[in-house]
Design a protein around this ligand. Structure first.
Ligand code: SF4
Length: 495
């Protein structure tokens, strides 16, 4: 294998025997092996700029091989000998995996440049460089050389131009956090927000070192960068994303680009297409143009999973059903009302009634669209009475699905996925201002998070908070009860 300029590495979530992740990659593996879409975009831009670049799913390698992370890192560095390694630290659950991967890379390749990026890395950039960072000129002395903050589609090229071609000033790389020398202060360059709406390229699977073994037909198409929504636990929410990633308003990928990305995925055998984001957030005109484009695209034999951020209308469902039937495509949907209690739901701009939720579920089922409905435990102001209400609503939704003939198998996910927020997203309002929501975090900063995740032997030891209504232990016990009630419901309705 020729020496690479850049190797992107998706780290494992669980490391060194820790086991903290709660079914994160639903029904597949707790290693959360899904690679953030932005990695493909960065790799594409580097490839087009003439750099040799590959993407390695280290989390999946570790999971499948049963080897230690250290063995796999050693093998990887011997095989690819990259000049630079980019590790995604996007979702919080990969924080410990990202740092441990960086440490091991440094052990086996003292001179490699190590770059961290993603939402979590962006939010904690200062602390990462302070605690794990090495000065630029002394790259061999500790783990992380650079954090690239914000969306790095273009800045990654600037960074490689600076460190490999020496054609760009390192101090001018957008979004870069680093120290020049041991005695110098931080460099914290302003983020530049890329315009990806017309040209986002996230289907460069040819740059993967190996094609996925786990869920190989899955394709994720992120239709938005940022979100119009304001859910307090989500780092993608408008205000939080503006803070951590410096994008003030969500970017909507052009309707024709989204359709083109679906086509490109199908051409590469990825026919299980997840459209992340509710296209209705793009507005009526966007929805109209999207379906026009889809109708004339020639796309066939795809399985499309799309999201509802709010209840559907008959008119909207007719568009999906009409297109799918004409083109031998199958459909699946996800919907997240979060809670069976209207007051709790209204904290997330979902203050409609339970009847509205049930009517929505009946309507979606009448269009023969299997749906996963998501509730979440661990939200602000929840108590046991709310859990009871949510379980009651969950049962009614399960009953609707059972009588429509849907089951876990036909959806591939749970009919009702009652999830648990182990840690609020870094950068979310809930993370930044926990007291405002009746929360207290159980760890301090990025290092505290890494410590908690590296030592957690099971998911209950990685619960990162307690609330005014639940101690950490009670959160764990209550969620165990929820899981067991949900299993009983599935059994009762034969799902
Ligand atoms: S949880 Fe979903 S709807 Fe809410 S802010 Fe995040 S992406 Fe938007």
């Amino acid at each position: 294998m020729e020496k690479l300029d850049m190797l992107f590495v998706h780290p494992p979530a669980n490391i060194n025997g820790s086991s903290h992740t709660l079914d994160a990659d639903t029904n597949f593996t707790e290693q959360y092996v899904s690679i953030p879409a932005g990695v493909f975009s960065m790799a594409d831009n580097l490839d087009k700029a003439g750099y040799s670049v590959r993407i390695l799913n280290l989390g999946e390698r570790v999971y499948l091989s049963n080897n230690s992370l250290e063995n796999e890192v050693c093998k990887m560095m011997t095989e690819f000998k990259p000049t630079a390694v980019g590790i995604d630290c996007h979702w919080m659950i990969h924080s410990a995996g990202a740092i441990e991967t960086a440490r091991l890379i440094r052990k086996y390749a003292p001179d490699v440049y190590i770059i961290l990026g993603g939402i979590t890395a962006s939010y904690f950039a200062d602390e990462i460089i302070r605690r794990y960072g090495s000065p630029y000129e002394l790259s061999r002395h500790s783990s992380v050389n650079f954090v690239l903050r914000g969306e790095c589609d273009e800045s990654i090229v600037q960074l490689l131009d600076a460190i490999i071609k020496k054609s760009h000033d390192i101090e001018g790389v957008a979004g870069l956090t680093m120290r020049i020398s041991r005695d110098s202060g931080f460099i914290e360059n302003p983020v530049s927000v890329p315009d990806v709406s017309a040209k986002l390229e996230i289907t460069r699977y040819d740059l993967l070192v190996e094609q996925p073994t786990i869920n190989p037909a899955r394709a994720i198409i992120t239709m938005f960068r940022g979100c119009k929504g304001g859910c307090c636990y989500c780092a993608g929410a408008k205000e939080s994303f503006a803070d951590a990633m410096q994008r003030d308003n969500p970017c909507i990928i052009d309707h024709d680009r989204v359709v083109n990305l679906i086509k490109k995925n199908l051409a590469q055998g990825r026919n299980k297409i997840y459209l992340y984001g509710d296209i209705r957030h793009g507005g009526e005109y966007y929805v109209k143009r999207f379906f026009q484009e889809l109708m004339f695209s020639g796309i066939a034999n795809a399985h499309i999973v799309f999201e509802f951020f709010s209840p559907a209308t008959e008119e909207y469902l007719k568009k999906w059903r009409g297109w799918a039937d004409k083109n031998s495509c199958t459909l699946e949907a996800t919907y997240s009302p979060e809670s069976g209690n209207r007051r709790i739901r209204s904290q997330f701009a979902k203050g409609y009634s339970n009847k509205t939720i049930l009517d929505h579920c009946i309507l979606v089922a009448s269009f023969r669209i299997p749906q996963s409905t998501y509730f979440m435990f661990g939200l602000p102001n929840q108590d046991l009475a709310e859990v009871k209400e949510t379980l009651k609503l969950a049962e009614e939704i399960i009953r609707i699905h059972a009588s429509a003939g849907f089951n876990r198998k036909s959806i591939g996910h749970d009919v009702v996925a009652y999830t648990f927020m182990q840690i609020p997203d870094a950068g979310s309002n809930l993370f930044k201002y926990p007291e405002k929501y009746g929360f207290q975090l159980n760890f301090d900063g990025f290092r505290g998070l890494v410590k908690m995740l590296s030592s957690a032997r099971n998911w209950t030891e990685a619960i990162g908070y307690h609330t005014d209504n639940f101690t950490t232990e009670q959160l764990g016990e209550t969620y165990k009860m929820i899981k067991s009630r949900m299993s009983a419901l599935y059994e009762k309705y034969g799902l």
